[in-house]
Design a binder for this molecule. Sequence first.
Ligand SMILES: Nc1ncnc2c1ncn2[C@@H]1O[C@H](COP(=O)(O)OP(=O)(O)OP(=O)(O)O)[C@@H](O)[C@H]1O
Ligand SMILES: [Mg+2]
Length: 424
Amino acid sequence: MAQGPRILAGLDVGNQRVLALVAELDEHDELIIRGVGVAPSAGMRAGQVVQMKPVVAAIKAAVEEAEFMAKLPVERVLASVAGTFVSGRMTRAAIMLGPREREVTAKDLTQLHAAAQRQPLPPGHTVLNVITHSYMLDDQDGVLDPQDMVGRQLAVDAYVLACQESHVRTLEKAINAAGLVVEEFLFAPVASAMATLTEDERRLGGIVVDIGYGNTTFAAFSSEKLVAAGCFPLAGNKVNDDIVHRFQTTAAGAEKVKVAAATMLLADVGEEETLSVPTIDGRGAHVIPRRALCETVRFRLQEIFELVLADVMRQAPADTPFTGVVLSGGGAHLDGLVALAEEVFVKRARLAELEGVADATNLLASSELPSRSPAVAVGLLAYGKKLLVPTNVPVVRAQRRHDGLISRLTRKFMAKREVAHDHV
Ligand SMILES: Nc1ncnc2c1ncn2[C@@H]1O[C@H](COP(=O)(O)OP(=O)(O)OP(=O)(O)O)[C@@H](O)[C@H]1O
Ligand SMILES: [Mg+2]
């Protein structure tokens, strides 16, 4: 049985866990999550595949669990990408419609989008996503959809995300080897923004910061435009490393004590409070001051927020208004993080709620995942819906190479056979 036309699958291959979501678009074009699959990630580091086999196995496990729960087969996925090998910038592309005014056609739009993708890129780089803003038809600014309108010159403002091709191709190979075809890749924080930013925040200025295990990624919107996005290889894992080094404990002990006892609100922590952590050899335990633990964690998170802020300021045009910050990802569960974000960004901050998709079936809420960890995967579904349900603003799909399609299909066939074989 093939994947139905109104079935969407989002695959977030994270550094800590692989998350697969299967959703159905109902008759009112509402997304209903039907399946959730989670598998511990292995073979990924800072968004890059460092060992193929465990990545393929984790993808397979997560997708099979989601398929099983949904009782729906998955063949095509929307997949996230994140890493320092992705970077973006704002660009303007224009085409002449001809010497005389005429109506803009769908073909013109395709041509314009192709022009936006023809970017001068460093060697080995390719365009990952083109996030279009408004169009300009002659001197009329702010056109949402120029089709059927009349003019002579058509231009578009877009944020073009480019990436080092080899990393994305390797990830695609891993996904193919798990028997799946990638419909489209999307830069993870852009997906997270689709799941978490309200329309008002997108208009008035909102910065999404997704704090994961290996990466912190961000996307900043203002006046409904993506104005900055990026990634730093510093997140929950780095915090754990800091704890390991300062308190000579195990990685597992660091994770445990961070989740259980760290807060960013130092004033709430008494000087006399102590905690017990395993010794580095894991054989004993020693006592550490809780205040020192919180300072260590806070110091790293403050650094991460400062890096994000500096990069947003560097990329966004001067005087771009922002009203708030939204925190997503598993790392956003740290106690008191909103207050720290407000202090660094000098803006209102809040925790992400996944507003992009109604969790009608409560499947996400009842999974063992921290509630803000699925933001990227939910955003992939929201993006997939945009591709399926025509909106008033056309979505630009990055031109993907189709070479290797045959071998990809063969691999898919082989992988399915393997799955069938495993089940015998
Ligand atoms: N309650 C909590 N308090 C603090 N941190 C937490 C909590 N729960 C989870 N985390 C942290 O969240 C991180 C994992 O986040 P997430 O689930 O978003 O990972 P990921 O998407 O696989 O990682 P990445 O985005 O880097 O690929 C871990 O570092 C973990 O320590
Ligand atoms: Mg993540």
